[in-house]
Design a protein around this ligand. Sequence first.
Ligand code: NAD
Length: 507
Amino acid sequence: MMKPDTIESRLFINNEFVPGKQGKTFKVCNPYNDQEICIVHEAAKEDVDLAVEAAEAAFPHWSNIAAHERAAYMFKFAQFVQREAQQLAELDSMCMGKPVELLKKMDIPACVGVFNYFAGSGYHILGESSLSSPNFLNVSVRQPYGVVGLIIPWNVPMIMFAFKVAPALICGNTVVLKSSEKAPLSSLKLASLIKEAGFPPGVVNVVSGFGDPTGSAIGLHMKIRKISFTGSVATGRKILKMAADSNLKNVSLELGGKSPAIIFEDADLEDAARYTHYSINHNSGQHCQANSRVLVQESIVDEYIEMVKKLMVKVTLGDPADPSTFQGPQVDQKQLAHIQRLIDQGSKDGTLVYGGKRHGTTGAFIEPTILKNVPLDSAAYTEEIFGPVVIVNTFKDEKGVLAEANCTDFGLFSSVYTQNFDRAIRVAKALEAGAVGINCSVPVRAVDMPIGGWKQSGMGKELSLHGLNTYTELKTIFMKYNSDPTSMAVGRWHSGQRVDVNGDGSS
Ligand code: NAD
C-alpha cells in the first residue's frame, strides 16, 4: 500500500497543489486498522474563494474552444486513470475500506468509461430549431453555466468524481469539486492527473474539507451558478436551503435510497438470491441503490433465506488489500455504530435471522446480516442503513407487495424478479423509482441511460444525454427575417409571441 510521504494531501487550485490559507488540517484514518493514513489540508472559505476565482478566470477560454479540444484532454486523462489504477484503488481502499480488487474491477473502469463517454458527447450538446413562427427562425442553444460546484460522498469517490466532472467539463463549465472528508485522497490523485493531462489552469479545482466550512462555502457562493451534489437526504436539504439563501443557484441532487427487490414465486430463485445478495453485500453494503429490502412471496421465503445464508457464510471479511477479501470494513466507527443501532432496532421489532454483530475487535467490521419480518414503521425499515444488512419481508400478492415497495420516502432503484413478462412490465411501471431492474439488481448501469432518484432520493439525472444537459442553461434566440418584402403590411401575434413584421415596433 502507498506510503504516507508519497500521498498528495494539499488543495488543488489553479493547477497547483497548495496548503490551506488558514493552515488547518485533518486526519484521515484507515477503517481496517483504525491507524492514521495521513494529514490532509482543509479548505477554508478563502481557499474556496480562490478556487472559484481560478475557475472563473479559466472559463472564457475553456468554454470557447471546440468540443473536440476539450474532449482531447478528457480522453488523455482517462488513459492516465487507467495507468494509475493500482495507486488510485489503494487510496480509496485505505480511506473507506473497499477491497482494492473490487475498486480495480468496478470503480476504475466506471471512472474511465464515464470520462470517455462524455468526452465523446461534446457534439450532442444541442438545442432545437423552429420555423413555426412566420418570419422567424428560432433556435434554442445550450450554454455552460460558468463555475460549477461539485460535492461528492465517500462510498464511490472516483465514480462520483467522473459522474460530475466529466459532463460539467465537456459542456464548457469549469469546476470546484469538494471530496468527502472521509475519502479525499483519490480526488487529489485524480487532480494530479488533470494537471498531467494538460488541462489549462483553473479548469478543475479540488478542495478537501468538511461540510462546514468547505461545503457550505460552495453551497453559499454567489459566483457558483450550479451545484451538483451527491450524499445524504439531510445534506441535500441543506444544499437546497443554501442555494435559496444565496444566489438561487441551480441544484441537482443524488441522495439516499432504501431500494426494494420483489421476488415472485416463479422467479429463478438461485439467480435472485445471488444478485440480491451481491447487491447488498458488495462494498460492505455502502451502495446507495443496493436492495436493502427484499420482498419475497410467502411460499418461497424459507428457500430464499437458506440460499442467501449459504452465500453469506462464504463472505470473507478482512484486509481490503488482500485479493481474497470480499468484504472490507465499513467506512468508520461512526458508521459501524449507526448500523449496529439499526440492526438492534430491527432485531427488536422483527427477527434477526443471520449475523448482526460486529466482526473482530479492530476495524469497523460488521457481519453480513439478515433481518426478517421488520414492521414498516421500524427505524430499521424507514432509515437508510448503508451496511451489509438486508430486510426480508414476505408478501401474498402483487397489489400488496407494490404498496409495501412504494411505502418509503425514497425512490432510487427497485428490482422485480419473475419469469412472467406481463407481470414484470406491470410491476416495473408501478414502482416509484428512478430505475428498475427486471431480473437484476445493482450494480447495473449503462453510461447512456439516465439514473437519478424519485421522491426524496433526488432531483435531476446523471449519465446519458439527460445528465449532460443538466450542466447547461437553455437560451432561445429569435431571428427575424423578411421572407417576402411584398407581405410586410400585417402585424400579428403568433403562438403567443409578437411578430414585428413592420420592423419598427408597431403592429
Ligand atoms: P453526506 O451527506 O454526509 O456527505 C456528502 C458530502 O456532502 C460530503 O462531501 C460532505 O462533506 C458534504 N457535506 C456535508 N455537510 C455539508 C454541508 N452542510 N454543506 C455542504 N456540503 C456538506 O453523505 P455521505 O455520508 O458522504 O454519503 C453517503 C450518502 O450518499 C448515502 O445517503 C448514500 O445513499 C448517498 N449516495 C447517493 C448516491 C446516488 O447516486 N443517489 C450515490 C452515492 C451515495
